[in-house]
Every structure is written in C-alpha cells, then in structure tokens.
Ligand binder design. Structure first.
Ligand code: ATP
Ligand code: MG
Length: 507
C-alpha cells in the first residue's frame, strides 16, 4: 500500500473515531452508514421490530435488524437523500395501510397510496400491515365453495372459501390467467377481491388491470402493485399490505379472495434485503427465516366462525418454478404451508392443453367438503379416467395396433382432455360446468369428434339457456342432481344433439 492511501485511510479512521455517537434523546439516532437501500443507525433505544423510522430528509425506513449497538434500517425511498450523521427519529408506529371500501376499484402501491392517477383515497382508516393471524377458536372449517370458473378446477380440484391454494408452474404457463379468471368469475357472486402484483413488469400489471376494467371486475377489486422497478423493501411489504386490506373486509363478515402474484419474487426481494443487512444466508442463499415470511402471511387466510362474523379470506399464492422443479426451497416451503396446489405443466401448455393443470400432481386438501352434490356427481370419475388415459398414452406411443378396450380408453381420454380445455377470460358458471361434464358422464362426449367438442359445448350451452332455462333454474335451486332431473337433462341433451347433427348435415 502506498503512502498516500495509508494517509487517506488513517484520516478517515480518525474522523470516524472522532464522531460523537451520543445523542441526548433516546428516540433520536444518527446514521452510521448508508448504501444499497440500507442504513445502519446508532444511538436509538428500544426500537420495535418493523418500526417506522423517519430520517431528516423526510424519508422513512423500516427497522429490521435490532442489534446491541445499532439498528439495520431498510429504506423506503432513495438512499441518495441520506448522509452519514443525519438524524433519525423513532415514530413508535409500524407500517400501516388505509383500509375500507374507498379502496375498491383502485390501484395502490405497497404503502396503500393511490397510483392510478385518480383522486386521493378518502375516508381513511389505517391498519398495521402485520398482525397476528386469527386464532384456531375463531375459525371454522371450509364449507362453502369458491368457484374459479375453470371447468377442470371447480370439478376436480375444488377450492373452498377460506382455503389457501397454491398456483405453481414454470414461467409462461398460465399462472396469472388462472388467478385472473377466478377474480373475473366473482362478478355477481358478492366477493371482494385483492390482486397483489409483486416484482412484475409494470406493463404486465397494466394489462391485468385493464382486463379487470373491461370485464367489470374492477368494481369489486383492489390492486396492490409493487412492480419490478420498485425497491426490494416495497416489494417485501406489498403482500402484507394487500393482506391487511383483505383482512379488514373479512373481519366485517365479507368473503374475500386474495391473489399473491408471485411469492417467488417476494422471497427474492426479502433475500436481497437480508443479504444487504448481512444476515447469514442458508439454503439457496435465502435467510433462515424465509419460511416464516410466507407462513405468517398465509396463516392470515381463514374462514371465521359465526361469532366472529363468518367472513372468509381465500388466498391464491403463485410460485414460479425453474424447469418444473417443485422440490426447490421456496416451492417446498409454500406447498407445505398451503392446503393444496394447482400444478401447471409447461409441456402440456405448449402442446395446447390450456389450462395446463396437471390432474395428477394437483390436489385440494379441504375443498371437496365444499363441493355441491351436483358437481360431485358429474365429476367423480374424472381423475381416474384421466389417469388411465395418461398411463395408456405413454404406452401406446410405442405400438400402432392396440386392442379394442385400450383404443376406447384412448379415444375417450382425448375427448375428455379436449372438453377440459378453456380459454382465458371466459369463466363458466357452476351450472354450465355441470352441464359440460354431464356430457362426459352420460356418454354424449363419445358421439363427437375431438375437433367438434368445444364448438358443440358452447352450442349446447346456448341451446340450454334458450330452450331449457327451467332445467338450468332447477339445477341452480340446490345443485342436487336427482334421478328425475338427470333424465330431464338427458332428454334435453338428446334433442340438442339431434338438432346439432341435423344442422351439421344440412350445411
Ligand atoms: P409469467 O411467468 O410471465 O408470469 P404466467 O405463468 O403468469 O406467465 P400468463 O401470463 O397467465 O402466464 O399466460 C401466458 C400466456 O398464455 C398469455 O398470453 C395468456 O393469454 C396465455 N394463456 C394462458 N392461459 C391460457 C388458456 N387457458 N388458453 C389460452 N391461452 C392462455
Ligand atoms: Mg404471471
């Protein structure tokens, strides 16, 4: 080291040692070092974990590391505004967010501030973004269905109000679309929705919001957005903000659906903060408490008992996998926290099976208790039929002549796979899903060629609505399929099929 460098180092050392870190007031500290969105502050006493600290420049920070002689603060703004020895003040408050009906139809950032260019949010009540989850005694088991409008999900992997169902899959496999459809499907069903976007491109978020707007879903939805160019600290708090907004409605006795899109990026934001705070890293460089990050968030979803208003918060967290690896650290964590998962298969998605929900790897651990009798009746054999088909499919690839029964299973399986396909932004109501699956259960599907199935399905729905509305009303009455209703629907389907064939041959 040359003399000049030594001199510089010596001078800095002397200056730093000469600094007086003692401040009279315990509620005021001084910035010791700052950089990368993190400040270390000395001189504060009794700071709360997660407390908001205010800097001289007006910037706020979150106290995350409480050490003997200093506090590690994550800044909620640009660190260029902060200098060493700036004063830091305790606020004795944790981060909070506005809650209430004024937020419906709005897009807010991670701090609950409107970013949609409309007026400020009025009539504000504030709630802390981190609170304890409802206790066991305040809850009841899941018993009402939460309909997503996807045939394959509502039939085979049903979700109940208050459940946490993970949506997991590689990038570009339709994860966001699954959740979006579920929100669109709540139109007229009385649910309020919260969509939390974490670490996504601002353009992607804008597209989702626009879709909500055109399909009328924004009338009952709040969007909390923390795009990829937001600081890690804001991305870290965004889901808790969304959760508090949703929780407020749940505590008022309402049913809420919340989507966290996605928690992989949330974990990465938290990892960034932790590493900058010099916390020790563990598996895949995530800090040891990363499990707690998501468990304390998802535990807040619940179906409350009647004494507590009977409200519910259903959560659809999303996790992105790398090359379908569901045994990586964050995926395994979140799978173990949730009550089931919808696994989206990239190969299936690319081969045109959309939604690409893998019926073998997807489960719902509590939702079937909430499924209606009619839906159970028409979907009871689906899982087995698809499993048989998948087994034989791989086997049949190696031989050209297969026996008669194998051929029948293969033909039926390909038709059923076709029937379960569904386009984005086209949620179906429960009665129409029941009618579609009725075609499978009662043999109508096998009379159609594969390419006819989806056009025929919408033809059948239209005819049912036009001519047999009394039957639809009868289904909707209790969602019970008794023998007489089954035979009436079969007759109606027979007529519709005849009509379709007649039209088909005429043209
Ligand atoms: P990312 O990893 O980028 O977040 P993602 O997994 O959320 O992607 P989406 O954005 O939902 O995937 O979907 C990717 C593309 O596939 C979109 O263009 C979407 O319109 C299309 N897509 C998704 N689901 C379907 C579907 N059921 N039918 C047809 N197209 C679909
Ligand atoms: Mg997405």
């Amino acid at each position: 080291m040359d003399k000049r460098s030594e001199q510089i180092i010596e001078t800095i050392k002397n200056r730093v040692e000469g600094l007086n870190w003692e401040v009279e007031d315990q509620d005021i500290g001084l910035v010791h070092s700052v950089g990368d969105g993190i400040a270390f502050v000395k001189g504060l006493k009794d700071v709360l974990s997660g407390e908001l600290l205010k800097f001289d420049s007006g910037l706020m920070g979150l106290a995350m590391n409480l050490e003997n002689d200093q506090v590690g603060v994550v800044l909620l703004g640009n660190d260029a505004e902060i200098r060493e020895k700036d004063k830091v003040y305790r606020t004795k408050h944790v981060v909070d967010t506005p809650v209430g009906d004024a937020l419906i139809g709005r897009v807010v950032n991670a701090l609950g501030i409107a970013i949609d260019g409309l007026d400020d949010i009025e009539d504000k009540v504030f709630k802390p973004i981190e609170v304890q989850a409802p206790k066991v005694m305040a809850r009841q088991s899941v018993k009402e269905p939460l309909l997503t409008g996807w045939k394959i999900i509502d039939a085979m992997i049903p979700i109940g109000k208050g459940q946490r169902e993970l949506i997991i899959g590689d990038r570009q496999t339709g994860k966001t679309s699954i959740a979006m459809n579920a929100i669109l499907n709540q139109k007229g069903l009385g649910l309020t929705c919260v969509y939390v976007a974490i670490g996504q491109k601002a353009s992607t978020i804008a597209r989702v919001v626009e879709q909500f707007r055109i399909s009328g879903a924004l009338e009952y939805t709040t969007v909390v957005a923390s795009p990829a160019d937001d600081m890690a600290s804001l991305q870290y708090i965004a889901p808790y903000t969304g959760c508090t907004i949703a929780e407020h409605w749940m505590n008022q006795g309402k049913d809420v659906l919340i989507v966290y899109d996605d928690l992989s990026k949330h974990a990465v934001a938290y990892r960034t903060i932790s590493l900058l705070l010099r916390r020790p890293s563990g598996r895949e460089a995530f800090p040891g408490d990363v499990f707690y990050l998501h468990s304390r968030l998802l535990e807040r979803s619940a179906k409350l008992n009647d004494k507590h208003g009977g409200g519910s918060m259903t959560a659809l967290p999303i996790i992105e996998t790398q090359a379908g690896d569901i045994s990586a650290y964050i995926p395994t964590n979140v799978i173990s926290i949730t009550d089931g998962q919808l696994f989206l298969n990239l190969d299936a998605f690319n081969s045109g099976i959309r939604p690409a929900v893998d019926s073998g790897l997807s489960v719902s651990r509590v939702g079937s208790a909430a499924q209606t009798q009619a839906m159970k009746h028409v979907s009871s054999s689906l899982k087995l039929e698809l499993a048989n088909y998948q087994d034989l499919l791989s086997f049949a690839q190696f031989s050209t002549d297969v026996d008669e029964s194998t051929r029948r299973v293969l033909e039926h399986g390909s038709r059923l796979t076709e029937l379960l396909k569904q386009d984005v932004n086209k949620p179906l109501s429960q009665d129409l899903i029941i009618l579609s699956l009725f075609m499978n259960k009662y043999g109508f599907l096998d009379r159609l060629e594969v390419f006819e199935i989806l056009p025929y399905e919408s033809f059948m729905h239209d005819e049912m609505k036009r001519k047999y509305d009394d039957l639809i009303q009868e289904i909707k009455l209790e969602y019970q399929l008794g023998p007489s209703l089954i035979s009436k629907i079969t007759d109606a389907m027979e007529d519709i099929y005849t009509l379709y064939r007649g039209m088909y041959y005429e043209t």
